[in-house]
Design a protein around this ligand. Structure first.
Ligand code: OAD
Length: 236
């Protein structure tokens, strides 16, 4: 009996691919002011500066490749579904390393760095490496209406209804490489716990939500996740 598995990933799973986390001592929010870069107000006040920040991150992502943890989760999805189980991977990450590794049942609750959205015609499209205030929308031709298709502080994360439905019926929940400080994702373990799911946390360090989990796997994601995937597949 496999059951229904929901996995939440955060920046820690992409750290070993060369993409920075947010709250570690060398993290993005230690170097940059999120209020000036990751809010709708910041974009309204200084769109050029916000584009510059996301263009630099898009540039970093172009060189990044998935590692053993991303690959293990793609394998887990294939094997779990083949055994008749249900599976959903929810990522807070705006990178596309899960897709590159082959994950398919995937929700980007904080959006996608490689996409842009037009505030004029609402189209979501592939973003160029250098998105700017003068870039014209390929669909409606208006310049000045394109924004990175990421969720900023103060905005509602994407596909929350699908995510909560999966959490409320899951039998296993795992949080991987996330500090558990940003809601609503930080509350997912509690919802899954109330549904009776077995809760696993995989992280380099303890987090604020660690006490809620039944099981903790410590270590870098590239080692800890493949080990855990082997184990969970052997048990089911
Ligand atoms: P954080 O930077 O808050 O947390 C990263 C977590 O990854 C920490 O708990 C680290 O201990 C852990 N970690 C670091 N390296 C690791 C490794 N190699 N293996 C395993 N774990 C490792 O990142 P998130 O929790 O993803 O939102 O942050 C959540 C949200 O806050 C982001 O999606 C972003 C940010 O502001 C928005 O921009 C809206």
């Amino acid at each position: 009996m496999t059951g229904s598995l929901v996995i939440l990933t955060g920046a820690g799973i992409s750290a070993e691919s060369g993409l920075g986390t947010f709250r570690d001592p060398d993290g993005l929010w230690a170097k940059f002011d999120w209020q000036a870069l990751a809010t709708p107000e910041a974009f309204a006040a200084q769109p050029g500066r916000v584009h510059e920040f996301y263009n630099a991150r898009r540039g970093n992502l172009a060189a990044a490749r998935p590692h053993a943890a991303h690959e293990a989760l793609a394998r887990l999805e294939r094997d779990w579904l083949a055994r008749g189980g249900d599976f959903l991977l929810v990522t807070q990450n705006v990178d596309d390393l899960h897709e590159q590794a082959g994950s398919q049942r995937l929700i980007h609750m904080h959006g996608e760095l490689k996409k842009m959205r037009c505030l004029g015609c609402h189209s979501v499209m592939e973003a160029p490496l250098g998105l700017g205030t003068d870039t014209a929308c390929p669909r409606c031709s208006q310049p000045g209406f394109l924004r990175p298709n990421v969720v900023w502080f103060g905005e509602i994360p994407l596909e929350m209804d699908v995510i909560f439905q999966a959490l409320e019926t899951c039998t296993h929940f795992a949080a991987i490489g996330t500090s558990g400080t940003v809601y609503p994702a930080a509350g997912f373990s509690q919802v899954a716990g109330q549904a009776g799911a077995r809760l696993t946390e995989i992280n380099l360090a303890e987090t604020e939500t660690s006490p809620q989990f039944h099981e903790r796997v410590s270590g870098p994601a590239s080692e800890a996740v493949p080990r855990w995937v082997e184990r969970i597949l052997a048990q089911t």
